[in-house]
Write a protein that binds this ligand. Structure first.
Ligand code: LCS
Length: 393
């Protein structure tokens, strides 16, 4: 059976295998920096593209290839490019597709560094950007300028959990001949596949749900068409933000249980979100699976589950939030997300601290917002942990 004919869970197990001469059932780690050519003509043919032989691990490597084939298959795209980190994917996209004088429109509450690198560094090269609330498509329409080239969205957004309508963005982009990019880190292709809605590029911090075990930093981007792949692949190679074979092996291993992990985490996340929403010490909760979420219906339509990320604020703001974070015993106080262990963190002083305070506030990242990434522990234990920590406030 071809990978494209397989169901999602089968693709997780079989879409990235390698037929090696020993019949290895799992993908072997080709831990080598370089590959032996059969002769000089073969070496030249590998470089010219007349042979698909391997050359050098920054350019290509069988273990990394296996992961890329699997990711392209899971996102239903043309091909994937694995990167050293999620930010490696972000920079490959910015550097590969924007030039001096171009303008980009993006979600205000994107992952902090995706915005900071654009506003602080790409601006030096004459690239303009507008960050706005992309949950309202009219805002995007109004921000389009003659030099706009790209719409770069994150949905759900980190950490505000805002949901942007993928199909609406594609419609606007097609009317205006713009490239569309979606950060799909919070969902993974298990819950949402933006390329199927017509997006041109989807990317991930692989560090999160895809790897799932908090032991790898990595990224990946997948394009819908060959044309963009042919620009982005050499850009990644020239930037030197390639993945490493051992890193790729760990991600392939982690991916096998993506559906199982996410099912368990999101089942617990709903219970935790409901518990928090009804707790007298909690001010507000933002979780796409709660009816109180402003885009509850949109989330239910475009995502096949509500995911494992929750944002909330304790009554008493940051001061009270700190007491909670300092008193959890099972949940780990740490940045990152999407692993099997439950993590809690404070975006305004941690992941989004490099954003200007004003930009943070406009993006809805309040000083009291606490972000929670639900793992696969027993939900009763997580609830007891939260209860005892909330009692300390
Ligand atoms: N996109 C999103 C939505 C992210 O959450 C992150 C990392 C990135 C891109 C960048 O990926 P990286 O280079 O770290 O692999 N998010 C983090 C977070 O929320 N806490 O620590 C890292």
């Amino acid at each position: 059976m071809e990978p494209k004919d397989l169901g999602f869970d089968s693709k997780l197990i079989h879409a990235g295998t390698i037929d090696d001469k020993f019949g290895s059932a799992t993908v072997p780690i080709y831990q080598t920096s370089t590959f032996k050519f059969k002769n000089a003509d073969h070496g030249a043919a590998c470089f010219s593209g007349d042979s698909d032989g391997y050359i050098y691990t920054r350019i290509n490597n069988p273990t990394i290839d296996a992961l890329e084939r699997q990711m392209a298959s899971l996102e239903n795209g043309y091909r994937a490019v694995a990167t050293s980190s999620g930010m490696g994917a972000v920079n490959t996209i910015y550097m590969g597709l924007l030039k001096q004088g171009d303008h980009m429109i993006s979600t205000a509450a994107v992952y902090g560094p995706s915005r900071v690198v654009m506003e602080k560094h790409y601006s030096k090269f004459g690239i303009e950007s507008t960050y706005l609330d992309t949950t309202n498509a009219e805002n995007i329409r109004k921000a389009i300028r003659p030099n706009t080239r790209m719409i770069f969205i994150e949905t759900p957004s980190n950490p505000t959990m805002d949901i942007t309508d993928l199909k609406e963005v594609v419609k606007i982009a097609r009317e205006n001949n713009l490239i569309t990019v979606a950060d799909n880190t919070f969902c993974s292709p298990y819950l949402q596949r933006p390329l199927e809605s017509g997006f041109d590029i989807v990317f991930h911090s692989i560090t999160k749900f895809l790897n799932g075990h908090a032991d790898v930093v990595g990224g990946v981007l997948v394009t819908r068409e060959k044309e963009l792949h042919d620009i982005l692949r050499p850009m990644m190679v020239n930037l030197g933000c390639n993945m490493d074979p051992h890193q790729a092996y760990l991600v392939i291993r982690g991916l096998k249980t993506l559906s199982l992990r996410l099912e368990k985490s999101q089942e617990s996340a709903l219970k935790i979100a409901q518990f928090l929403e009804s707790h007298p010490k909690i001010d507000w909760v933002r979780y796409p699976g709660l009816k109180s979420h402003p885009q509850f219906e949109l989330a239910a339509n475009q995502m096949s589950g509500s995911g494992a990320m929750i944002s909330f604020e304790v009554k008493g703001g940051l001061k009270a939030g700190k007491v909670l974070m300092d008193n959890v015993k099972l949940c780990i106080l740490a940045v990152s997300l999407g692993g099997v262990e439950t993590l809690i963190q404070h975006p305004a002083s941690m992941t989004h601290s490099k954003m200007a305070k004003n930009d943070r506030e406009n993006a809805g990242i309040t000083d009291g917002l606490v972000r929670f990434s639900v793992g696969i522990e027993n939900v009763e234990d997580l609830l007891s942990d939260l209860k005892q920590a909330l009692n300390k406030i």
